[in-house]
Ligand binder design. Structure first.
Ligand SMILES: C[S@@+](CC[C@H](N)C(=O)[O-])C[C@H]1O[C@@H](n2cnc3c(N)ncnc32)[C@H](O)[C@@H]1O
Length: 284
């Protein structure tokens, strides 16, 4: 692993909840470099708070696809990974990659954030399940063409990149013909509602067709966090445009009895509308 500090100014100032404090919020365009720079710095700063909040749900050696509670141990969306070369994109602290390694996969875990990869390295040591970690932007994978059997991503990278088509094309490039790609992303429907777990807030407050990303800025107006919105059709076009075949679009339902809340994902909302879209694809 090469987890170098993020370029630019020092660490982001944190709010009382331990996450980077947002100075301002806007819906406005944000390009690829701007988005990648912001993500890297934001996730570097947010890693301790994010893992303190969600680490026990994510597990150290476990594969959680989404806040609805779908786990790869039950879903088996990646098929039998034993002996397969598997790439995880946007691995965070890499619990999914460690779970895959325990299933017998030959895994590489990548993420743009050195802060997240530092936590991944720590968990590699404490769990005794050490997966190779690589610091890389999802849009520029330092891997050879057609050498990977399976690519997976659980909310890793894709919601944060400006050009999803370019990232999917990069994933298609490293996949061998016949290889599988599965990724979970925010369900596009979520964007029309306020970012709240409360079902009483299910009022449409923004257009489903408004593709302008959600941008947070610091006190001096610099971009510190970006999330990009795409419609369901945009995702399908991005997959097909990258030369992949879309085999399934899964909208996981809330796991009965599950009480965890992740931002706007709550059991109450989960009972009413989908929160996650899972793209199941194959390179022909
Ligand atoms: C919500 S976390 C998901 C990771 C993991 N599945 C988890 O739940 O902890 C999002 C991850 O995507 C990474 N990320 C954001 N933008 C990225 C990019 N352009 N390329 C690669 N990783 C990126 C972040 O650093 C972060 O670790």
């Amino acid at each position: 692993m090469s987890a170098s500090p993020s370029p630019g100014a020092g660490p982001l100032p944190l709010g009382g909840d331990g996450y980077p404090a947002a100075g301002g919020v806007a819906r406005r365009p944000a390009g690829q470099d701007e988005s990648a720079r912001a993500s890297r710095r934001w996730w570097d700063a947010a890693a301790p708070a994010y893992l303190a909040e969600h680490g026990s749900d994510l597990g150290d050696v476990d594969f959680l696809w989404c806040p609805e509670g779908l786990r790869e141990a039950d879903a088996r969306l990646l098929g039998d990974v034993r002996g397969r070369r598997v790439l995880e994109v946007g691995c965070g602290s890499a619990p999914c990659a460690r779970w895959l390694a325990r299933q017998g996969a030959d895994v590489i875990a990548t993420d743009i954030s050195g802060g997240m990869l530092d936590r991944a390295a720590e968990l590699n040591r404490t769990t005794g399940v050490a997966v190779p970690l690589l610091q890389a932007d999802a849009g520029a994978l330092p891997l050879a063409d057609a050498g990977i059997d399976v690519v997976c991503s659980a909310f890793g990278g894709l919601p944060f990149v400006a050009d999803a088509g370019a990232v999917l094309a990069e994933i298609a490039r490293v996949l061998r013909p016949g290889g599988r790609f599965v990724a979970s992303v925010n369900h596009p429907l979520r964007w029309v509602f306020p970012d709240s777990p409360d079902p009483d807030d299910l009022r449409v407050t923004s257009s489903y067709f408004d593709r302008r990303p959600y941008v947070e800025t610091d006190g001096s107006g610099r971009t510190v966090y970006v999330e990009h919105h795409r419609t369901v059709g945009d995702w399908v076009r991005a997959v097909v445009g990258a030369g992949l075949v879309l085999e399934d679009l899964i909208e996981p339902e809330w796991t009965p009895g599950r009480t965890e809340t992740w931002g706007q994902w709550s059991p109450e909302r989960g009972a009413l509308i989908p929160g996650t879209l899972v793209l199941v694809c194959r390179r022909p």
